[in-house]
Design a protein around this ligand. Structure first.
Ligand code: NI
Ligand code: MN
Length: 228
């Protein structure tokens, strides 16, 4: 499984056969100005919630690729109302089997509205099981005891988890260490940091905090890929 970072909370996951994309927010992100959104592959686009910093480039990428957009009911209604019929509605707690594997929609503690302020349903995270790998993409969330449920359900199966570490709008990297513990994971890819002033972090301090807890934090360069 190949993971490519496009900045902020946007990741591409190439499973070997399929291309998934999470929370496309690229063109408004100065840190990601070397990324050309017209070259990003996507067969499925998973959207955690309606905030601008998670879907700014959604419609453009969805329409170019004709990707299936996966999100809660309100995200589905918004996407289809903008003329993109290829979407699959889900909601918190639901599981669905797509051609690449299972998606499980899980709770996130945050808020959610569309850029015009209208209601976007509940914010969520996703657990994805595909081609022998299991990962959790939390979306924007606080640290919450609900994460312990994922350890109960998935029994330490996570190969990697994607967690926010920037603080202010979400949990910070201190809480993310606990979140990794709650879900039963040791390998964490950081998201939602450095993009805006209130979420700028000290990379060395974040890496050391995870290391001291016996866990691995991966801070990817924008545009780079890793194999998990
Ligand atoms: Ni948000
Ligand atoms: Mn956000």
């Amino acid at each position: 499984m190949k993971i490519t970072y496009y900045g902020h909370s946007c990741f591409g996951v190439h499973t070997g056969k399929h291309d998934l994309l999470f929370d496309p927010f690229i063109t408004p992100n100065e840190l990601a100005n070397k990324i050309d959104i017209n070259t990003i592959p996507a067969e499925f686009i998973l959207v955690s919630h309606g905030h601008q910093d998670h879907l700014a480039d959604l419609m453009q990428i969805a329409q170019r690729t004709n990707a299936i957009v996966i999100g809660v009911w309100e995200i589905y209604v918004w996407v289809t109302s903008q003329g993109h019929a290829n979407a699959h509605p889900m909601n918190t707690g639901g599981r669905w089997h797509f051609n690449f594997g299972w998606v499980h929609v899980v709770n996130a503690v945050h808020s959610s509205s569309f850029p015009d302020g209208s209601y976007a349903g509940n914010p969520v995270g996703f657990v994805v099981q595909t081609e022998g790998k299991t990962f959790y993409y939390s979306g924007d969330t606080a640290l919450t005891y609900d994460m312990k449920l994922l350890k109960e359900v998935y029994k330490y199966q996570f190969d990697v988890v994607f967690l926010p570490i920037g603080g202010n709008f979400t949990m910070d990297y201190h809480d993310a260490v606990l979140a990794a513990d709650f879900v039963g994971a040791n390998k964490v890819v950081g998201l939602h940091y450095d993009t805006f002033d209130p979420i700028k972090i000290d990379h060395e301090a974040a890496l050391a905090t995870f290391k001291n807890a016996g866990k691995e934090l991966i801070l990817m360069d924008i545009g780079s890929s890793i194999e998990i």
